[in-house]
Design a protein around this ligand. Structure first.
Ligand code: 5GP
Ligand code: MN
Length: 333
């Protein structure tokens, strides 16, 4: 990562910064955003973290979580913050369309200096400074390097370290996805040396759910899971009535799409969840099988080779039938 030293001056000169996360924020986008927020605050720059919709509760222990603002519940306040900012960080997304309802406000502010830090494939050029590395395990890993290059290791305090560690932990599936590198572990080691307690972060993220969430998992695997093509493709579908029955809360389906990958024959897993009449789609795959192109071409989505997302507007049954009609294309990708 080559960052010009003048950048620190530009950042310090800012009066009001906003840090934007993508729709359906996850551990990486929130961890990265809160780490950058603490960094800016330490430099004396006022900063607000903004999300299009609320972040899940399993991240609520990260310092600064309660001070974040979401557009869904506070639209005019959030739009005002974006309009009045002179520095905008866009974290963990590769296209302005990923901020959903915030896109208009983001595009309307043409005066602010924009910095994008991201690791997704096919980045769009929408910021003044693009710090993009598609080989990085997570945006949090890049945020760590960004802070270290602009400042020093001492700049990273425990709150920042925990936020960054959470981003890395969640985006690497607990250090197991192929994007996990020696560098990822080196950074994790340094974060631990700053004081991060891996067992505490892991427990806070993964052992903080309700009983209903575990029962939803049971239902999803027993009733919601269907296998196709000699068990190469897995689809889990959860419609609105099921989610209501198990008192679904934001974050309850996090990680669910990965379970079918534990079946030896399964190459691709898809999770379909109904929300406000739309079907949210999560794709995961093993090895060379790519799912991002399929998500982009058929479901208005995209992402990484082994993890992608998309959206469908035709209802649950029609979405399943559409995938069934495209199985050959999907499994050859
Ligand atoms: P998830 O299944 O966890 O919601 O998303 C997995 C990955 O797919 C995310 O890290 C993100 O890269 C990508 N992704 C999810 N939804 C979308 C979408 O609507 N559009 C694009 N371009 N990528 C998405
Ligand atoms: Mn990420």
């Amino acid at each position: 990562m080559q960052i010009k030293p003048e950048l620190l001056k530009t950042i310090r000169a800012a009066n009001q910064a906003v840090i934007l996360s993508h729709r359906s924020p996850d551990g990486d986008s929130i961890g990265s955003s809160l780490a950058i927020c603490h960094f800016l605050n330490d430099l004396g720059v006022k900063a607000n973290v903004i999300t299009p919709d609320p972040a899940p509760d399993f991240l609520s222990w990260i310092k600064g979580f309660d001070q974040m603002h979401n557009h869904e519940q506070h639209s005019s306040e959030v739009e005002g913050m974006i309009a009045n900012s002179d520095l905008i960080f866009c974290l963990d997304f590769n296209s302005p369309s990923r901020v959903g309802s915030l896109e208009e406000a983001l595009q309307a502010n043409t005066n602010a200096y924009r910095i994008n830090i991201d690791h997704h494939q096919e980045p769009e050029d929408f910021c003044d400074l693009q710090i993009v590395d598609t080989s990085a395990s997570s945006t949090a890993e890049l945020v760590y390097q960004f802070i270290i290059e602009l400042a020093t290791l001492e700049t990273i305090d425990l709150a920042m370290a925990e936020a960054i560690y959470t981003g890395i932990l969640t985006d690497t599936g607990s250090f197991r996805f192929s994007s996990t590198s020696a560098k990822t572990h080196e950074i994790a080691a340094r974060l631990i040396s700053i004081g991060v307690q891996p067992q505490n972060v892991h427990a806070a993220v993964y052992d903080s759910y309700s009983a209903e969430r575990l029962r939803l998992l049971g239902y999803a695997l027993n009733e919601g899971l269907k296998l196709y093509e000699n068990d190469k493709l897995a689809i889990i579908s959860l419609d609105d009535s099921v989610l209501k029955k198990f008192q679904f809360k934001r974050g309850d389906t996090e990680g669910l799409v990965n379970y079918p990958l534990s079946i030896k024959s399964v190459k691709i897993s898809i999770l379909l969840t109904e929300k406000d009449g739309k079907i949210k789609m999560s794709f995961r795959s093993k090895g060379d099988m790519a799912v991002n192109g399929f998500a982009r071409d058929h479901f208005d989505g995209g992402g990484h080779i082994n993890a992608a997302g998309g959206i469908s507007h035709i209802g649950m049954q029609a979405t399943i039938e559409k995938i069934e009609g495209l199985i050959d294309e999907l499994l050859k990708s």
